[in-house]
Design a binder for this molecule. Structure first.
Ligand code: SAH
Ligand code: SF4
Ligand code: F3S
Length: 468
């Protein structure tokens, strides 16, 4: 085991990182065996689970959708907030119970929590029924670990400074129409509240030619939409020599002619005018931007280490809105950061009032051990944090509803991606601006982009019918 020392995390080694291509093991050694995978956290983890599933299916495993039927149970964990930890250990408790009845079942924990020393220590001390723990930097090794799995608890976690191992197209992608494409790994921003730079390591961008090859390959397979992924997607290329920056990459991806391009998550500090121009110029770059605000108070933004002021954020926001036609913008906001006063919170509400977001993920600040904010005085009572969250959500939801009302009776291009669970005469899909639409139409339209007339607008979704 080789875990990062959180105290030294800011002194990153700047040596260049190698991308090493591996040929995933293919065997029928585990044929007939079943796996269940449970994924917590962000798109990064969702995509990692696609990789894990691909690697397992290469070994002969088949996926099942309940842990009760599985020979191996994999928990791909998230460490962003304290409650993520509680949920995972709650689920592990059930797995432990299961193992009493089914001795051969293997329990595996991976993902961001596995990169936390405190979690690994807790597992070593209290959860010895787990069979394997591996981290976010050595997913490609999973086949080897499984083939050589020793008795008892095996911990295989690597430091976060290493090379990146790629597994080619060994992903079992969740969808046949939309695909995630990693363009960079890690984060160097070190926002003071955030654990991601510790669990995902330093920023490492993939070479543009590898990304473009992946996009071409997805296009050939019939994928309609790709989402470029990174914790700081627009810091892409800063660590590369003689390669593209994010705006240039976006343009090259647009020129492949793939029908829809999205990207998450953009950091306001890295958002350039060149990016805005490219987004505005290409019709296949979707006019939807997730632009985390975190707080509207300059004092708190500084304490958070976000690198922008409220004025700079609003300036950027307005530039995007003016230059990108009908752009939808969503955000992330944290309430109750250590020492946030009512006045600071009102500053956040003011920015929210001004931006009238299409939607937002809102969170109560959660203390993450080892981060700089964990040492700040956090004396605001939980009841006040909850009340602020409630007030914020009321406003966010009303804006989301207002924005959605503007879609009523308009025709939208909707990529139909799945069958509605509630109504068998409906498919669901997303507008260019990422609005969820439930569409009454023939099921054969799945996987196509249809012209849909919006017949009803609610706070969190739209209803529509296909126009011929
Ligand atoms: N890289 C992205 C976000 C990654 S984490 C960005 O910089 O915007 C997703 C969201 O979780 C963050 O935007 C933030 O709002 C929230 N978050 C991160 N750490 C948190 C913490 N300690 N407590 C509460 N929310 C947190
Ligand atoms: Fe976390 Fe900040 Fe990096 Fe986003 S930019 S992942 S919030 S440290
Ligand atoms: Fe969670 Fe790791 Fe993503 S901490 S939010 S799964 S990068």
């Amino acid at each position: 085991m080789n875990l990062p020392d959180m105290k030294q995390a800011k002194s990153r080694n700047k040596e260049s990182v190698e991308f090493i291509y591996t040929n995933p093991v293919k065997t029928d050694k585990f044929s007939g065996k079943k796996y269940f995978i449970k994924t917590y956290g962000c798109q990064m983890n969702v995509h990692d689970s696609e990789e894990i599933s691909g690697l397992l299916e290469n070994l002969g495993f088949n996926e099942v959708n309940t842990e009760l039927d599985a020979d191996i149970i994999i928990l791909n964990t998230c460490a962003i907030r304290e409650n993520a930890h509680d949920k995972v250990f709650g689920f592990l408790g059930r797995c432990k119970h299961l193992k009493k009845e089914k001795k051969d079942v293997k329990i595996i924990l991976c993902g961001c929590m596995a990169q936390e020393r405190s979690v690994v220590d807790e597992i070593l001390e209290k959860h010895k029924y787990i069979d394997l723990v591996f981290g976010t930097h050595n997913i490609h090794e999973l086949p080897n670990y499984l083939m050589n799995l020793g008795e008892g608890l095996n911990v295989e976690v690597k430091s976060n400074e290493g090379n990146v191992f790629e597994v080619g197209e060994s992903f079992k992608r969740d969808s046949k129409y939309t695909a995630w494409v990693n363009i960079m790994y890690g984060c160097d921003k070190f926002c003071t509240y955030c654990i991601v730079p510790f669990t995902r390591g330093k920023e490492r961008s993939r070479k543009s030619r590898d990304i473009l090859r992946e996009v071409e390959c997805l296009k050939e397979k019939g994928y309609k939409e790709i989402t470029l992924l990174g914790q700081n997607v627009n810091a892409y290329g800063n660590d590369l020599v003689d390669d593209l920056n994010f705006a240039e990459l976006l343009e090259s991806v647009a020129k492949t002619g793939i029908e829809r391009i999205r990207f998450v998550t953009s950091h306001p500090w890295n958002f350039t005018d060149e990016m805005i121009d490219i987004i505005a110029k290409y019709e296949n770059i979707m006019p939807y931007i997730h632009l985390p605000l975190q707080s509207g108070s300059n004092r708190i933004l500084k304490l958070m280490g976000r690198r922008y002021t409220k004025e700079e954020y609003l300036n950027l926001y307005n530039k995007i809105k003016t230059r990108v036609k009908n752009a939808a913008i969503t955000t992330d906001i944290i309430v109750g950061f250590p020492n946030e006063t009512e006045e600071d919170f009102l500053d956040t509400l003011n920015v929210v009032e001004e931006c009238k977001y299409d939607g937002a993920f809102t969170f109560i600040y959660s203390k993450r051990e080892g981060t700089p904010a964990s040492k700040m005085d956090d004396s605001i009572p939980l009841s006040i944090k909850e009340e602020r969250l409630h007030r914020l959500n009321e406003i966010i939801n009303s804006h989301s509803n207002l924005n959605n009302q503007k879609y009523l009776n308009t025709i939208q291009k909707v990529l139909l991606v799945g069958k509605s669970e509630k109504d068998e005469n409906k498919l669901y899909g997303y507008t260019e601006t990422m609005k969820l639409v439930n569409v009454t139409c023939d099921k054969s339209l799945i996987g196509t982009i249809a012209n849909v007339k919006i017949t009803e607008a609610k706070s969190f979704s739209l209803d529509g019918v296909v126009e011929n």
